[in-house]
Design a protein around this ligand. Structure first.
Ligand code: SF4
Length: 438
């Protein structure tokens, strides 16, 4: 038997919010089953890596950390190493050849069976598993004011650069009643903000669709703020845009990945919209939701991207003026269509294009943040400011998802307060506390 007397587990997470929340669920399940979470890999019976394969860099980081554990495993042969998440799913049993000191692998569609995998000594749990959407999973959340809530799993879009449909499988929506029950529980525990998670939340197919779900959550007593991530531009309907404007608890922020400003590149990526169509959605959002903050994702140097395509992206950034972006160089992912496309660009060109994109966006973000100077905004206090790391320095987020640092006592953590913005900077805002009745 693998670990019948297993007591402690340690989880190291790589990647996105989806992975962070999967780790909260894995911890929730294992704790419910009587195991204890360890603070470090030194002091544990099982080490779980929750991995990300969205870009090569994240994958390299994981393998180098894993490599460092070889010696520990030799010293303590009873130590078990489990790999979960996207790399586990994508590499499957080939991973054992690359790293023989791994004991078991479990894909993201099988987290609900993590305890079984441990108890029954299952070496690989990688099936396409729709049951994950039907199973209520306890989550061990670290934060006490904000919570992630999965509303769907997987993706049907097959963007040509992306591994998600292969690692997380086809789209599966969680039943609405199960989501409402979880959020009600969070409200009862004092959580004020929820972020609905899914690869493409706009295509949620539970009863009433995504707009219906937002409407019901908006009525939930105790919950003050609702966010969601990620939205696919093609599935952002006018009805949803109107709802974001009308439902007072839905925050005035949307993350809407554009990826490129060039129609040629968008078509090679299989994104399903043109730049004009994307821009029309942005215009509608800005008309229906005054002051909405819009953030986006951009890929620099997609295979076959010409200098003109890149210029289209630069012009789009100037025209749309996002509040912020996540931009990355194209990273070839095995098994995707883009990995076998012609016209791969040299690293130097990708780096140059990325730095032009980031440099321009920094100026736009700064301008947007400066425009908030003098405004009074509602802030949910998240923590003591880690940079200052002392009493009297707080950090929180506006409804537009901007980080604000300001002075105040630690008893305000998890409370909504009103803050006047004194200074807008590139990555955050500096404010002064007005009162605690945001
Ligand atoms: S929408 Fe595209 S980029 Fe997003 S998860 Fe699905 S396939 Fe990947």
């Amino acid at each position: 038997m693998l670990i019948l007397n297993m007591k402690k587990f340690y989880i190291k997470t790589f990647g996105c919010q989806m992975n962070m929340h999967d780790s909260e669920k894995a911890a929730g399940i294992l704790k419910k089953e009587g195991m204890e979470q360890a603070e470090s890999h030194e002091d544990t019976d099982i080490i779980i890596f929750n991995t990300c394969s969205i870009r090569q860099k994240a994958e390299q980081k994981f393998f180098s950390e894993l490599g460092r554990l070889k010696r520990l495993k030799k010293k303590r042969p009873g130590l078990k190493i489990m790999v979960m998440g996207c790399i586990a799913q994508q590499m499957g049993e080939k991973i054992f050849k690359k790293a023989g000191h791994i004991d078991c692998i479990i894909g993201p569609q099988n987290i609900h069976s993590i305890k079984d995998a441990i108890d029954k000594n299952i070496i690989a749990a990688l099936d396409e598993n729709p049951a994950i959407a039907e199973t209520e999973l306890p989550a061990d959340r670290k934060e006490k004011g904000r919570a992630w809530v999965s509303i769907m799993y997987g993706c049907n879009n097959f963007c040509t650069y992306c591994v998600v449909p292969y690692t997380r499988g086809r789209e599966k929506s969680r039943p609405k009643e199960s989501i409402l029950k979880e959020v009600k529980g969070l409200a009862d525990e004092g959580y004020k903000e929820i972020t609905l998670l899914g690869q493409n939340v706009n295509s949620y197919r539970g009863e009433g669709g995504f707009t219906g779900l937002l409407r019901e959550l908006n009525e939930m007593e105790g919950i003050e703020r609702i966010r969601f991530v990620t939205s696919h531009p093609r599935d952002l309907s006018d009805g949803l845009t109107d709802s974001i404007g009308r439902l007072e608890k839905v925050c005035e922020h949307i993350h809407l990945p554009m990826q490129s400003g060039s129609d040629r590149a968008l078509s090679m990526m299989n994104r399903g919209y043109t730049y004009r169509e994307y821009k029309t959605k942005i215009d509608k959002l800005r008309n229906s939701v005054p002051g909405i903050a819009i953030t986006s994702d951009i890929i620099a140097g997609f295979p076959g991207e010409t200098e003109d395509d890149h210029k289209d992206t630069i012009n789009a950034l100037k025209e749309l003026e996002f509040d912020g972006i996540f931009a990355f160089k194209f990273s070839e992912r095995p098994g995707t269509k883009a990995a076998i496309m012609e016209g791969k660009l040299p690293e130097g060109i990708k780096t140059e294009r990325l730095s032009e994109i980031l440099g321009l966006q920094d100026e736009i973000t700064l301008k947007k943040n400066k425009a908030l100077e003098g405004k009074v905004l509602e802030v949910l206090v998240e923590d003591i400011n880690k940079g200052e790391n002392k009493e009297g320095h707080l950090t929180g987020r506006t409804r537009g998802n901007k980080i604000v640092n300001f002075s105040g006592s630690s008893f305000l953590v998890n409370k909504l307060v009103r803050v006047r913005i004194k200074k807008g900077m590139k990555h955050s805002l500096l404010g002064e506390l007005l009162d605690e009745n945001g």
